[in-house]
Design a binder for this molecule. Sequence first.
Ligand code: BDR
Ligand code: CA
Length: 359
Amino acid sequence: MRRMTPAAAAVAALAFAGPAPGEPREPPAPQRHRIIFDTDFGMIPQDDAYALMLALHSPELEILGITTVAGNWSIEQGTADVLRFLEIAERRDLPVYAGADMPLVHEPDEYARTTYGSWWSDAPPTPPPGGFAEKKAEALGAVQFIVDTVEQNPGAVTLLAIGPLTNVAMALRQAPGLAAKVKRLVIMGGAVAVLPDGAGNMTPAAEFNFWVDPEAARIVLRSGIPIELSPLNVSRKAAMTRAWFEKLVAADTPFTRLIRELDGPRYAEDPERVVFMYDQIAVASLIDPTLVTTTELYVDVDTNPGVSYGAALGFDRIWPGAEGARKMAVQYDLDWERFIRMFIERVTRPIPARPASQR
Ligand code: BDR
Ligand code: CA
């Protein structure tokens, strides 16, 4: 990852003049990350599904388990979708743990019900493509799985959280001391106004994942876990256009057939369609940190009811009200060409043949 010096970061963060290029760093030695993939999953065209495709085809990542959380969809829908997705991907061996069905505090109101996301829904899930999976979720819940896995592998597990942070916050509350045993936490969430492109997408200032569960986001960001934040500032550098989409579906694999079937019609209807690749950036930055540029900021989340509920705020120093906030690496720029080429190359790889017991 390219990081700026603290002084350069402060200037870039506060000048509002766009990011000064970070100092290029030597690529770190390749490592294999043991991860828990925490997701408010939804079938393609949801970005979480694209992100999981990328993770499954990346030998740098060993997925220990997939934990679901309510966000884009209800917990029942997200869990049903990921179970079916793993069958399509021939990865029935990967365990799925269902997690929180509601945020810690946030009650759905009319705005939540009509703007975006179905985290609040108690409607029965609709069948994913091909019908409901035969594969079942594990009996163990997501929170307990996170606690057990981190406790049993202190300093060795990276959490990748690409939905509301409810499961992670609950795990931290349940097991005091857990934060010190987590190796690293990569989060897709927030929008940081002090950096370029820092508007929210759910409200003027709040990004969806943080807005759904602001109290959880605040607990997690203040936990002391080494965090890399992948906010909307960097997502907005990753716009999938039809031209790139055509390159993606030019190959013929089970994944690209699924993409063509479920996302193709949207590009056909609107050739000018542009979709931001939120969760995919978080995954990609773990695989290859040199794809993104980061700056070190204290980041906190507004949990006060009102106009800024769920907004992330970042600054180069602690400010009144943010006592207890922690410094973290905040992504704000992306090497788009290198990222999209890597994404397409990996997602279009043939699904490797596996022994029947692992399919
Ligand atoms: C985030 O919210 C969800 O809709 C996406 O999956 C992504 O994680 C973007 O704001
Ligand atoms: Ca997500």
